[in-house]
Design a protein around this ligand. Structure first.
Ligand code: MG
Length: 257
């Protein structure tokens, strides 16, 4: 099942995306499975898709692909390295990512994101997948120069618009056997498979939940495969994960606020 969140007629709703690109509007809570269809059906083309969840935090895993570790000539980590992106960085399908004026090296990182279903605190690996609602695409947008200059990753990872999520939450995905690609202006820049993940979904959920309570709608970005690189103003960037769909965003200059 593909769950979308969208705006139509100045109202935000959840819906189920059917194979014919029609959205079946639902009411209720998608996280505890108490929702029902309202009967209203809208064409996908007639709505504005939003990030499919509104996380209180995005927990990100550092090095987590065998191919990326080889590319960087890094030894495999013994346990996940985690960092955070703030909720203020949230961005949407077809949203614009702002190139910060203080950065000269903006990078894409295509990633599979885990969407949390219910409150998770100190859950064991054996039951951790019970806390997962599904999966979506993410771009862990990074001001690489600032990340490297600071040593601390917070500033380089946290600018407004640096967390595009979408286009949907797929609830029936096998998260360890799907292709993941990132395309820049239609050219494939990253191409891997989630079978290359070093730490698996249950390990990541359990590990993070030992530190911080995860809430419904929180996301874990599972790390990026090899091939990270720069983006420029005007670029069109796509994260495409088999079984989920394509998350498209455009890079723009920093906007006045
Ligand atoms: Mg990343």
């Amino acid at each position: 099942m593909k769950i979308v969140r969208f705006e139509a007629d100045n109202t935000i709703n959840y819906g189920i995306l059917a194979a014919n690109e029609q959205i079946h509007v639902v009411k209720g809570d998608i996280f505890n499975n108490t929702f029902t269809e309202t009967g209203e059906i809208l064409p996908l083309n007639n709505v504005k898709l939003l990030s499919p969840c509104v996380p209180s935090k995005a927990v990100c895993i550092g090095l987590n692909y065998h191919d990326h570790a080889r590319e960087m000539k890094l030894t495999l980590p013994e346990e996940p390295l985690i960092f955070l992106k703030p909720s203020s960085a949230l961005n949407h399908p077809n949203g614009t990512v702002e190139y910060p004026a203080i950065s000269k090296n903006l990078h894409y990182e295509g990633e599979l994101a885990i969407v949390i279903k219910k409150e998770a605190r100190k859950v064991p690996i054996e039951t951790a997948e019970n806390y997962v609602l599904g999966y979506t695409c993410a771009n862990d947008v990074t001001a690489r120069d600032i990340q490297m200059k600071d040593g601390q990753w917070t500033r380089g990872k946290s600018f407004d618009t640096f967390l595009p999520l979408g286009p949907c939450i797929e609830t029936e995905l096998d998260p360890h056997n799907v292709s993941i690609r990132l395309l820049l202006n239609g050219e494939v820049k990253q191409s891997s498979n989630t079978s290359n993940l070093i730490f698996k979904v249950a390990e990541m959920v359990s590990f993070v939940s030992q530190v911080m309570t995860l809430y419904p709608g929180d996301v874990i970005l599972t790390g990026t495969p090899s091939g990270v690189g720069p983006m420029q103003v005007g670029d069109f960037v796509t994260v495409d994960i088999e079984g989920i769909g394509a998350l498209n965003n455009t890079i723009v200059g920093e906007k006045e606020r």
